[in-house]
Design a protein around this ligand. Structure first.
Ligand code: ADP
Ligand code: ZN
Length: 712
């Protein structure tokens, strides 16, 4: 009997494989249709073998794919990922495959195009029919939809006659013609050295530590050129969708080819088309965000992670992977270099560079040799003068001056909504989400109170505590900031860029294009405007509430604040015009702010590493956060106690269990585990997972290894 073991997305199966019977051998990596509990679902074949089992097996209903939809490398990668992140294999496969290929409860076919072509011309044809046949002769084959409306009847008649045949193909990507318009720049001595340091055809990690505007991208371009000459593939990872057009533009204009692109803004079909382009080796440079690291490359010659410190490289849902780790895995397999670039490297990466695990390359100078002038504005003084202005006097002067000179301004406020907190005027309590332990934020555009944790939204402003109606808006969000700025500078064109204004497809690109073309004078937004943008006319950057993240007591919040200020100030004065940065803060003396002002990464690194050492936090140790959630708190506590006991029993440094905020009606608890050795930690986590029978428990348990921050 031929037995087939499949992975399914089914809660009762968890990470177990299910066994079915088949009449034929089915290769690993094909999808099959199977029946489970009287329902048809899609399964993913892990292996097929001749054998017997002592339980009853059902037959595979249908084999969906003729050949595996995943390469051997990616299948192995899924298994590695499943081990590294303690996630079910099916979730790893789903993360790796583009939507139309994902094994899930059902499956969606990619878009099919109806094509026609000539097969026989010996028939006697009418003059009109001959016309159509002549067109097809020239074209060879064409999509039926391209046939002119008036000719459709003729085509149908010809199909009937057997002159034309119709058939179906999957829609393919249509390559665009791109011309090379940008020449190689003559490299500076530092850049030259950087390019020469990177050895091709050899797995080695490089940390390219270069100030903002120091010419890192030019270094990527010139190394990529060498890789392309070898006919190998180049993968460029960027942290944010909004950064892809800029990177694409620079690569396309240099190499004169239609560069591959892959990010969450593409629809399913577009993702699938890009996936196929890579799989069929039709494109050799790909730019994209996190999930791009899973594309089916066959011949990688270089991986670049630009802005490698950025937290968005870590996926914060199952599987909890970090694109940097996956990139290392793939670079090693393809035996190629990986370059991590940043002006404010993650502590982890810089620590590795110091220990020579990564080769450190530095570009200390800005190409235009001028760093922006950075000023910190003490907002406490403003408070003392009872001024409750959003924009300080100094920043206001600078904005007016820049507007007078037709220069552009970026204002960063890392909080969306109109008002992040809405308070009852009667009892002073905040409006809260009925499903989570979080406050609701007011969004003026939709006139709704929205939970940023679970997405819940209500129009009603009745206080849950006293039934009072009148509410007060507390705090400042980007919507309100936009309103304030429009009011304050009526002659300026103001636009806002945050998660709310960029929901629609291509909204990012449209906004940035307008800004690039100077149709916008002042751009207000969240951290998405702080990253990587290279706009020559931006002279003023204002960072409002720069200390907001310093108020959190998470181990990583200082690093985040430092990096945000450094990155944001890197947006000003990148070209010929001199730039100034205004950092408004209630904690102006905080070391993160002080080092960021002086663009002193090394100073910050040393001081922050001291704190990490004292607190026993990464990069000195490896962390794993285990979060349990269920509606029943007793059940959570029981399992959490057992988990913590098992961890302590293995000698692991274990904190908790501690309660967390309720989220989407789920009560939650957390355990934090710290350990010196990564491999050992993983091994023990798997043992604990097994001992506590996590895969058959009905409590949701998430292991987040190397979390970017701890849950609250
Ligand atoms: P980074 O990626 O480090 O922020 P970029 O590569 O974007 O820096 O370089 C900043 C600016 O300097 C860009 O406009 C770029 O075209 C320009 N540039 C980079 N290298 C050179 C060079 N060697 N000569 C002249 N201009 C350069
Ligand atoms: Zn909620």
């Amino acid at each position: 009997m031929i037995l087939v073991e499949v992975y399914t997305q089914n809660p009762i199966a968890h990470n177990q494989k299910l066994t079915y019977e088949s009449d034929v051998e089915i290769p690993t990596g094909c999808r099959v249709l199977i029946e489970l509990r009287n329902r048809q679902i899609v399964g993913f074949v892990d292996r097929c073998y001749e054998g017997e089992v002592d339980f009853e097996t059902k037959k595979v209903l249908e084999v969906i794919d003729d050949e595996p939809i995943i390469t051997k490398e990616l299948f192995d990668l899924a298994q590695w990922l499943s081990y590294q992140t303690l996630s079910p294999m099916i979730r790893c496969l789903q993360a790796i495959l583009p939507n139309p290929l994902r094994p899930s409860k059902s499956f969606k076919a990619p878009v099919i195009v109806r094509m026609i072509r000539l097969i026989d011309v010996d028939e006697t044809l009418t003059p009109r029919q001959t016309e159509v046949v002549e067109v097809l002769k020239k074209q060879g084959e064409m999509p039926y939809s391209d046939v002119h409306q008036k000719d459709k009847a003729i085509v149908r008649a010809l199909i009937k006659k057997g002159v034309i045949e119709q058939y179906e193909i999957e829609r393919d990507y249509e390559e665009e013609i791109v011309s090379a318009t940008s020449e190689h720049k003559k490299l500076t001595a530092d850049q030259q050295k950087a390019v020469e340091t990177v050895t091709l055809n050899n797995y080695q990690s490089y940390l390219l530590f270069g100030a903002t505007g120091s010419g890192k991208t030019e270094v990527y371009l010139q190394i990529a050129q060498k890789v392309i000459d070898q006919k190998k593939q180049v993968l460029i990872l960027v942290p944010e969708i909004s950064l892809t057009p800029q990177m694409i533009e620079r690569f396309e204009s240099r190499f004169g080819q239609d560069i591959g692109i892959y990010h969450s803004g593409l629809n399913n079909q577009e993702k699938y088309e890009q996936y196929k382009r890579v799989k069929e080796n039709k494109v050799n440079i790909i730019v994209g965000t996190r999930s791009c690291v899973f594309l089916p490359f066959s011949n990688l010659g270089l991986i670049v992670l630009d802005e490698e410190h950025d937290p968005s490289f870590k996926q914060e849902t199952l599987p909890y992977y970090h694109a940097r780790e996956v990139a290392h895995y793939r670079a090693k397999l393809h035996n190629c270099p990986i370059i991590l670039g940043s002006a404010s490297p993650s502590l982890e990466s810089y620590a590795k560079a110091i220990k020579n695990v990564y080769t450190l390359i530095t570009l200390p100078q800005r190409i235009n040799e001028s760093f922006p002038e950075v000023k910190v504005i003490d907002m406490r003084a403003q408070l003392r003068q009872l001024k409750n202005e959003v924009i300080s006097q100094e920043l206001d002067n600078a904005i007016r001056d820049a507007l007078d000179h037709k220069q552009q301004i970026i204002l960063l406020l890392n909080r969306r909504s109109y008002s992040p907190i809405v308070q009852c005027q009667n009892c002073q309590k905040a409006l809260e989400c009925p499903h989570c332990d979080t406050t609701l934020a007011y969004h003026k555009e939709s006139n709704a109170y929205i939970c940023h944790t679970c997405g819940y939204s209500q129009r009603d402003n009745t206080c849950n505590h006293c039934g009072g109606k009148a509410v007060m808006m507390k705090g400042l969000g980007t919507q309100r900031l936009e309103e304030v700025i429009k009011h304050k500078y009526p002659s300026a064109t103001v636009a806002r860029m945050d998660a709310d204004t960029t929901k629609r497809k291509n909204a990012h690109f449209k906004l940035l294009n307008k800004f690039q073309n100077r149709e916008i004078d002042i751009l207000v937004g969240t951290q998405m405007i702080a990253k990587g943008l290279d706009m020559p006319y931006v002279t003023i950057v204002g960072i409002l509430q720069a200390d907001a993240s310093l108020m959190h007591d998470d181990f990583s919040s200082t690093e985040k604040a430092f990096s945000l200020i450094l990155q944001a100030s890197g947006r000003a004065g990148r070209h010929d015009l001199k730039g100034s940065v205004y950092v408004q803060s209630y904690l102006p003396d905080h070391y993160a702010i002080q080092y960021a002002l002086r663009q002193n990464y090394i100073g910050f690194f040393q001081e922050e590493m001291n704190y990490r050492h004292q607190g026993n936090y990464p990069p000195y140790i490896y962390l794993c956060e285990i979060v349990l959630s269920h509606t029943n708190l007793e059940k959570i506590n029981e399992l959490a106690q057992r988990l913590a006991y098992a961890a302590r029993n293995k000698g692991l440094n274990t904190l908790g269990p501690a309660p967390l905020r309720k989220l989407s009606t789920m009560k939650r608890a957390r355990i934090v585990i710290k350990h010196k050795n990564h491999a050992e930690l993983l091994e023990m986590l798997h043992q604990i997972h097994e001992e506590c029978e996590i895969s058959t428990s009905n409590i949701q348990v998430i292991f987040n290894v190397n979390p970017q921050q701890l849950s609250i």
